[in-house]
Design a protein around this ligand. Structure first.
Ligand code: SF4
Ligand SMILES: [Zn+2]
Ligand SMILES: [Zn+2]
Length: 320
């Protein structure tokens, strides 16, 4: 198998593109796909300050690496969830990348420790409030990343979600007809209101296998183990199903997700075909109902934001 571009021996075959590449041409391919995503979705420009959400895994570290190679100003934030064993190991991987590649680009790593800030790790907090660990984790990570991005004046927050993540999430949303989530599923979500950072997913054109190959070929030292809390998650099942379809019919994931994005972009406004007055946008509606949380000042539609409510319940639970 030879490289499609330069004809030397290939190191990776990409059936969905009917191509194979050597290391140099594969790296070029990866950087091109990310550039297309950034420009096509108007994610950010050269002068914007980007905050990358890193977990120590291949996707987020590869994203940080690619953005720095492309010349963007990208710092990163790691949220330490306090999961015994896993968090220490994954934090070390993020720190090692920060001390090596990132430092040469003068990029820095910020670290938030949930245990230090809230007095307990994610599993204990989830037990105290009787909620699944992953949903507790989602609320904490969203809050911490948004707060850091806004308070430290980053223009945009970038996450390492790849094509497999997005296609499996879409499959889950379609299977359950979660239209409100479908509306919000895209690779670039604008800052709907002041106090909420813009969120982008520059790896959405690359599959998980391609990101893993990029990380290995470029010697990025990442944590291979999945978070122990992910075991049995529906997302892993959806990924498995999509992988089986992809093996039988290369290009299925891309056709599924990118087809959705095209339809979403072309979707007519509800109603008859006639020009309709534009409905109040999400941003307008949000702006009308949002105000600062009485506890932390982050924007919320209630008096107290969901993060502060969660932490208050955890504190009440721990004193019982
Ligand atoms: S698997 Fe669950 S607990 Fe682990 S990082 Fe993901 S959302 Fe958080
Ligand atoms: Zn080549
Ligand atoms: Zn709050």
């Amino acid at each position: 198998m030879n490289c499609k571009k330069c004809t030397i021996k290939a190191v990776i075959g990409l059936p969905r593109h009917n191509a194979a590449f050597c290391k140099a041409c594969f790296n070029e391919f990866v950087l091109e796909q990310v550039t297309r995503a950034i420009k096509g979705e108007r994610m950010f420009g050269r002068d914007d300050r980007i905050l990358v959400a890193v977990s120590g895994g291949k996707d987020s570290l590869a994203l940080w690496d690619i953005l720095l190679k492309l010349g963007y100003k990208a710092d990163a934030l790691y949220v330490d969830l306090g999961i015994p064993g896993y968090s220490t190991k994954s934090r070390e991987k993020a720190q090692r990348f920060a001390d090596g590649v990132a430092r040469t680009h003068e990029a820095k790593l910020l670290i938030h420790k949930v245990e230090e800030e809230e007095g307990a790790g994610i599993r204990e907090l989830a037990d105290l409030i009787h909620r699944p660990t992953c949903s507790t984790c989602g609320t904490i990570k969203r809050y911490q990343f948004n707060r850091a991005a806004v308070e430290q004046h980053y223009d945009v927050m970038a996450t390492g979600h790849n094509l497999d993540d997005e296609a499996s999430r879409l499959l889950g949303n379609v299977l359950h007809w979660q239209e409100e989530y479908l509306d919000k599923q895209g690779p670039s979500l604008p800052a709907s209101v002041e106090g909420f950072a813009k969120k982008v997913k520059p790896l959405y054109r690359l599959s998980e296998r391609e990101v893993a190959a990029y990380s290995v070929l470029n010697r990025i030292d990442y944590i291979v183990d999945e978070c122990p809390m992910a075991k049995g998650s529906k997302m892993l099942l959806y990924k498995d199903v999509l992988n089986r379809l992809e093996t039988e019919s290369p290009g299925t994931k891309q056709a599924f997700y990118c087809g959705f994005l095209e339809k979403q972009a072309r979707a007519p406004r509800q109603g008859s075909g006639q020009a309709q007055p534009a409905p109040a946008s999400m941003a307008e509606k949000d702006r009308a109902t949002l105000h600062p949380c009485a506890t932390c000042s982050q924007p919320t539609t209630a008096e107290i934001c969901s993060y502060c409510k969660m932490m208050a319940r955890a504190k009440a639970g721990s004193t019982r």
